[in-house]
Design a protein around this ligand. Sequence first.
Ligand SMILES: *Cc1c(COP(=O)(O)O)cnc(C)c1O
Length: 395
Amino acid sequence: MISALLPNYARADLAFERGEGAWLWTTDGRRFLDFGSGIATASLGHGHPHLAKAIAEQAAKLMHVSNLYRIPGAERLAQRLVDRTFADSVFFCNSGAEANEGMIKMMRREMFDSGKPERFRFITFEGAFHGRTLATLAATGNPAYLKGFGPVVDGFDQVPFNNMNAVRDKVGTETCGIIVEPVQGEGGVRPGDIQFLRDLRAVCDEYGLILGMDEVQTGMGRTGKLFAHEWAGIVPDVMSVAKGIGGGFPLGAVLAKEQFAKALVPGTHGTTYGGNPLACAAGNAVLDIVTGPGFLDAVVAKGKHLRAGTEQMVHDFPTLFENARGLGLLQGIKCVVPVGEVQAACTAEGLMAITAGENTLRLAPPLVVTEAEIDLSLEMLRKAATKVAAGKAAA
Ligand SMILES: *Cc1c(COP(=O)(O)O)cnc(C)c1O
C-alpha cells in the first residue's frame, strides 16, 4: 500500500528534529555535519538566532496579506536587492521553478511588447536544471524528467555547456534569449567558464537577445559573491533566485532591468503567497547577515579551504575520484566509483553530503560553516573514502 506521504523521493532513513549552525540531530539523538544545507538552501545554517527571531516576530505580528495591498517588508527587500545588483525591480514568488517561470514569461513578453512576438525560443544547456514545472522541465531538457508528462513545452533548444560555437549555431530568427546557470549545480557542480559567460553576454548584445541568469542555487552568497555572475564581470538582463534567499523559508525572486521588468504589467503575472510579510522577514534577515561586513570574503576563504581539501582528496584517492570543481562553498568531486557508495560512506561517518549529475559528490555547507568544521568534514570524507577504497581492493 502506498505511504501516506507520497513516495516520490528516495529518502534516506534519517529524521532530524533540531539543528544548530552546520549541525543536525536526529530524533534518536545522533549528530551529523550538514554539508548539503537542504540543497544549498539553509545558507545561514540551522537555528540561526537572527533569522529565527525575525520569523517569530513577524509571524506573531502578521504572516500573510495578499498582493492586493502594499507589503512594506517586500518593498524593503526589493529595494535592498536593487541597491546591490544590476536589477531595477524585483518580483517575489515561492520557489526556484516559479522564479524561472516568471523569468521566462518576462523574457517572452518583453520581446512580444517590442514587436517581435516570433522571438519566443530559448537556448538552454545540456546538464542544466531549472525546475520541475512543465516549462522549466522543457528548459532543463533532461529526457528522464520529461518522460510521460505529455508534449514538451515548445521553445527550448539545448546545446552543450561551455561551447560558444554551439550557442552561435543555435541563434535564429525565433530566439528570445539564453538561460544559463553560472555554475550548473544539479548537473554536477560544473562552473561556466568565465570567458563563456562573457561571450554569452556578447552574443546577446550582438543579436538583441535577452540574457537570463538562473542563480537559484548559486545566488545569495553561495559562491562568495552575492551573485555568481559577478565573478565574470558581466550583468544579465533578468535573473532568477530562490534556495538561499530565504535561508530555508520558501522564497524566490525574479530580478530584472527596467526594460524587462516593465513587461509584467498588472494582470500579466502573479502568485498568491509570493513576497508575503513572513517570507520577506526571512529574506531581509538573510540579507542582513550575508551582506554584513566580511561575510562574503569569509565565504571565499572558506570555499578555497574546502577546495584545497577536495583537491587533496582527488590526489590521494585516484581510484575513487576524478576531479574537484566548483566555486566558493559549492564544491563537487566527480567520482569514478558510484557516487552513492561514497555518499553512504560519508553518512556512516556523520557527514551529510549530497550528489549531483555526472556521478558527482556535492558539498554545499551552510555559509556560516567554520574552517574547523570544514577540516572535520574533510577528515570524515577521508575516512569514508578509505573504507570505500578498502572495499574495492577486497572485491
Ligand atoms: C533547485 C533549482 C531550481 C528549482 O528550484 P525549486 O525551488 O526546487 O523549484 C531551479 N534552478 C536551479 C539552478 C536550481 O538549483
